[in-house]
Design a protein around this ligand. Structure first.
Ligand code: GLU
Length: 294
């Protein structure tokens, strides 16, 4: 295990060195340089008009999900797959990285933050579903995850969702995984621990207050990669979580524009590059989903 950690450390070091050596190349955190598009118009989009008037894009994100949406506490910079997708969309709408403001919004606050106009759009492991579509709109999907389980490395009795009975299982308020655990009864209601953020669940896993954390495998892989000595994923993914970009309801003009941006990134290799530099580092192959146009 020591040797593996060392190897990973060396690899990370090599990536940093490579990144430093070349001007404009992606950094060790996978950040891509995105040039802001000039003279963009999105006719008939009230959200875009608002962004233009404010001179910036306010994007709702997660800040505690390494590899996806993560704010480095020492540098205060945001990194991850979702952040790069958010940045790409902003750049194609005419807002460079210096015109982007990230607003962390937990799972339970997303629909409200979007419909209140606190954020212009939201990119943060946000599953497209019909219930949410009653309040907001989605562009995408730009990725498909699946529900998984994170346990302590030395745990041997949890191997799948079928082995959760009698165990404390943590997930997050307002998320599809907690709803799934409840509805399907994977564990007893009194054993479901509901918190605000996944990082809080991971802390409880670490201290032994819960025996498993459940949410999208993509999120869990990020935590496992951060603390390889402590945690592991078990079992096969047991749901489909297509990630969308949350937008104000009925702003069809912006939704179409964002879908065009995503499609172009699928076609010209940008999506692949972003994936390889972020989520792809965990070794999972990339799957580009088909966009849902509605
Ligand atoms: N993708 C799931 C959801 O949107 C779980 C991850 C999250 O809570 O952000 O509910």
């Amino acid at each position: 295990m020591k040797i593996r950690t060392l190897a990973v450390g060396l690899m990370a070091g090599a990536l940093v060195l490579t990144a430093c050596g070349k001007e404009g190349s992606p950094t060790d955190s996978g950040q891509q340089a995105q040039t802001a598009e000039q003279n963009v118009t999105v006719a008939g989009s009230p959200t875009f008009d608002k962004m233009k008037a404010a001179g910036k894009a306010i994007i709702g994100v997660k800040e505690d999900q390494p590899g996806l949406g993560y704010k480095d506490p020492t540098t205060n910079t945001y990194t991850g797959f979702d952040i790069e997708i958010a940045k790409l969309v902003a750049a194609k709408l005419g807002f460079g990285a210096d015109k982007v403001e990230y607003k962390p919004v937990p799972s339970a606050g997303r629909e409200q933050a979007i419909s209140n106009g606190d954020v212009n759009y939201y990119v943060g492991t946000y599953t497209i579903n019909d219930k949410r579509k009653q309040q907001i709109s989605f562009a995408g999907p730009y990725f498909v995850a699946g529900q998984g389980l994170l346990v302590k490395k030395d745990n041997t009795d949890i191997t799948s969702k079928e082995t959760l009975k009698g165990k404390k299982v943590c997930s997050v308020t307002g998320s599809t995984p907690i709803q799934n655990v409840r509805e399907k009864g994977y564990t007893e209601p009194e054993n479901i621990v509901e918190l605000q953020n996944y990082s809080q669940c991971v802390t409880q896993l670490d201290t032994g207050q819960v025996q498993a954390v459940t949410t999208d495998d993509a999120i869990l892989k990020g935590y496992a990669a951060q603390e390889q000595e402590k945690f592991k994923l078990v079992g096969e993914p047991f749901s489909k979580e297509p990630y969308g970009i949350g937008l104000p309801k009925d702003d069809k003009a912006l939704r179409d524009k964002v879908n065009d941006i995503l499609q172009a990134s699928f076609d010209d290799g940008t999506w692949q590059k972003i994936y390889d530099n972020t989520l792809g580092k965990s070794g999972s192959p990339a799957q580009k989903p088909a966009l849902e146009r509605y």
